[in-house]
Write a protein of this length. Sequence first.
Length: 137
Amino acid sequence: DRAEELGADIGELSYERLVGGLYLNAARQTDLGDYGAAVRAWRALLAYQTTYKGIDIQRQIFNQYVLFGDAWVFGGQPCRAVPEYTNALNLFNDARVSGKRDAAQQACASVTPTPDPNNPGTAPGAPTVAPLGVPGT
């Protein structure tokens, strides 16, 4: 930065500074456990190169998606985990993650909706309104 301030031509170093900054941001988001921000940060780096300092960027993104899905499952929200596991599987085929996605889908299918105390019409067993224009409903 100082050399550039003095007017020196830093050439390829500006690229290295850019990529290094993107890497540091992605590593920081990963360390903070902000999975969504980490995925976005790693994807920003992936736009420039597929590896950095021997790190496979797509593998980092995959790992963040899996951790995001795990966090949703641990938090009792398996339905929100399914797309995260699916995103991971779109990057790499992994039997362990497929199993996690399938388990989350099964758990999601068996989740009982919690009634909203502010809207009594959502209570289980409450009458439902058929969607307009759907034959047979």
